[in-house]
Write a protein that binds this ligand. Structure first.
Ligand code: SF4
Length: 251
């Protein structure tokens, strides 16, 4: 048994409800989707790939770059060596749900929950989680993929899975990444509203977040997004890490 980790690092949470919080990010390898519609190019040697901005964690062709943790003790030691004071732990990917039956991950989460750390999971919400006593203590950010991901609706949108997460997790927020063109076309907003209307929400916050890998791109897209937030009662999330570190990996 091993746990595939694309990268692990200490930084500030750059997005969403806990923006600015010191956090250790554990980015797990592998994803059930490709999201080629996002059109981000990645290369590995002479091979080129198209996908999302986490393609190096999502696509299994990059697995040779991932680290293998063979025990929870090793992962716990690494997280403790990185984090300072009462940091959050962010389990992200790729799609982390693919690893939630792995005892190395479960034992690590149990250890840090007992120490009083908040653990947040970033998921696309298309793979079921089995909510035991550990998972019920987790904070979820669901970034459900829209049609612009290029994924078929049958793969990316699983309403019963999303509802189960809403019903069982400690807290669930939604996060949708938009750019100015998507705001003008209104299709994305229609998809978001249709998704939310098909769920039994429990006062969950909905975040709209600007696409962008530079502060200038963020600023441009925020100008298009904030009117939608006011109009629909959604929250606006910035991407603080882009403003501080640009699109460098490991921050
Ligand atoms: S679901 Fe997320 S990690 Fe997976 S390919 Fe799509 S954007 Fe990338």
């Amino acid at each position: 048994m091993m746990l595939a980790v694309s990268e692990i690092f200490y930084s500030l949470q750059g997005e969403g409800e806990f923006i600015g919080t010191p956090s250790v990010f554990v980015r797990l390898g592998g994803c059930n989707l490709r999201c080629e519609g996002f059109g981000v190019r990645g290369s590995l040697g002479s091979r080129e790939f198209i996908g999302c901005d986490s393609i190096y964690a999502a696509h299994y062709a990059f697995a040779k770059e991932w680290r293998s943790f063979e025990t929870s003790a090793l992962l716990i030691k690494e997280i403790k060596s990185l984090g300072k004071h009462l940091f959050d732990i962010i389990i992200t990917g790729g799609e982390p749900s693919l690893h939630f039956s792995n005892p190395i991950l479960l034992q690590t989460m149990e250890y840090f929950l007992q120490k009083g750390h908040r653990i947040c999971v970033e998921s696309n919400g298309s793979v079921p989680f089995v909510f035991d006593s550990i998972l019920k203590q987790l904070y979820f950010t669901l970034s459900v993929k829209l049609s612009n991901s290029g994924e078929p609706i049958s793969k990316r949108l699983k309403i019963p899975v999303i509802q189960s997460i809403i019903d069982n997790a400690k807290n669930v927020v939604f996060k949708f990444v938009l750019n100015a063109t998507m705001c003008q076309e209104a299709k994305a907003l229609q998809e978001i509203k249709a998704l939310l209307a098909s769920l039994r929400l429990k006062g969950n916050q909905i975040f709209l977040m600007p696409q962008g890998t530079t502060p200038h791109e963020l600023d441009t897209n925020i100008q298009a997004i904030y009117p939608l937030c006011l109009q629909e009662g959604f929250c606006l999330s910035d991407r603080l890490h882009i403003r501080i570190w640009g699109d460098k990996r490991g921050f």
